[in-house]
Design a protein around this ligand. Structure first.
Ligand SMILES: NC(=O)c1ccc[n+]([C@@H]2O[C@H](COP(=O)([O-])OP(=O)(O)OC[C@H]3O[C@@H](n4cnc5c(N)ncnc54)[C@H](OP(=O)(O)O)[C@@H]3O)[C@@H](O)[C@H]2O)c1
Length: 345
């Protein structure tokens, strides 16, 4: 077994776009599991825009402490265990963070360490059956409540969450309009994810294009981006529209509130008797089985394709997180550290 453990620690709170110097690569001994503990070798890391918020300030979770490993969802293999519930060789999922090895008692910052279900790949466990897919599922079905025949507008449509929302909305019988950055991504959103149309926010007038594709307005907005894109959506609401405030990535790197794009036309909610509601997927933990079953059924029926963007190498953690804010990813952003099965102790 290697005797060195690498960890990416938070060196300073990022200002603006994250930089390599916001992090410090630390090398130390592989930790030893004590009584009631087990050792996990991390094999895959999940990259999520919300990590940018965790680095900056207390939000729905406390901010990552300076000097602590960067918080991240992960898959790993148990390689040594003094815990009756975890066996060497077992694949597990938890918020293990940016570190190659981690000792656990079975609980992480966002919930218990869970075995990866048989037949589910690590990519799917962190993607469609993880926080990403479940966010799409519950955000759309529970908060957005689309009906067959509704028009659903999805921003960030080529991303991890957005691409699942597009496909679930299509499976529910909705007309779907995506918004994404660039012609290639838009072609992907239509041709692969199956949207009826996709607007390139980098080269098109978003409000005018929404109006052209949905002259009677949109019934559901699944909002991942915020700012001017949300304003364009609000200009095109149908009566009693539901706006699912999933995320607002366009402001995640803003240095402070004065640099954020304020929502100028919120009175459209009043005019159109619309509802805008935020949600945090962790609140749905008691219902995750329901979401996994719904997503699994759509995959089995061939109505939901899972798409992952897999980068390689632990040294690339900061660069991989930056990809989300540079729009480089299509589908779920992952980083592969090593491939199981690994030698166990
Ligand atoms: N509420 C919850 O519980 C919850 C849970 C999970 C995720 N979320 C939110 O869901 C959203 C999507 O997350 P994800 O994990 O699926 O990430 P993602 O969409 O796979 O990746 C981020 C994408 O955002 C777009 N983007 C980046 N910077 C942008 C900017 N300044 N303006 C417009 N678009 C920009 C890029 O796509 P383009 O190339 O198209 O610009 C990029 O590929 C995020 O806002 C995230 O915070 C919320």
């Amino acid at each position: 077994m290697p005797d060195t453990n690498r960890r990416w620690l938070l060196a300073s709170r990022p200002q603006g776009m994250i930089k390599d110097s916001d992090f410090r690569l630390d090398e130390g001994p592989v930790p030893e599991p004590g009584e009631g503990e087990f050792l996990v070798r991390v094999t895959y890391l999940s990259f999520d825009p919300t990590q940018r918020g965790w680095l900056a300030a207390d939000t729905y979770l406390p901010a990552v402490k300076i000097g602590a490993p960067v918080r991240a969802g992960a898959i790993g293999q148990v390689i040594q265990s003094n815990h009756p519930g975890f066996k060497p060789g077992q694949m597990v999922q938890g918020t293990f963070g940016w570190q190659e090895y981690v000792v656990s008692k079975g609980m992480t910052e966002t919930g218990p360490v869970a075995p990866v279900r048989a037949g589910v790949s690590p990519e799917q466990a962190l993607g469609v059956f993880g926080v990403t897919g479940l966010t799409a599922w519950f955000g759309l079905t529970d908060v957005g409540q689309p009906k067959a025949g509704d028009t659903v507008l999805v921003s960030g449509a080529a991303g991890a969450t957005g691409s699942v929302v597009v496909q679930v909305a299509k499976a529910l019988g909705c007309k779907v309009i995506g918004i994404a950055g660039g012609k290639d991504k838009c072609a992907w959103v239509v041709q692969v994810a199956g949207a009826d149309a996709c607007i390139d926010y980098k080269s098109e007038n978003v409000a005018a294009e929404i109006k052209a594709h949905a002259p009677k307005g949109v019934n559901v907005v699944f909002e991942n981006v915020g700012g001017e894109i949300l304003e364009a959506a609000l200009m095109n609401l149908a009566l009693r529209a539901r706006i699912v405030l999933c995320g607002g990535i366009s402001s995640y790197n803003a240095e402070d509130i004065s640099k954020m794009h304020g929502l100028r036309n919120y009175m459209q909610l009043t005019v159109m008797r619309a509802r805008m509601e935020g949600f945090i997927i962790l609140d749905y933990a008691p219902r995750w089985g329901e979401g996994v079953a719904g997503l699994g059924k759509l995959i089995a029926e061939g109505k939901l394709k899972t798409v992952e963007d897999v980068q390689h190498g632990f040294e690339n953690c900061p660069a991989t997180l930056r990809r989300l804010f540079e729009g480089k990813n299509v589908g779920k952003q992952l980083l592969k550290l090593t491939a199981p099965p690994l030698p166990v102790v």
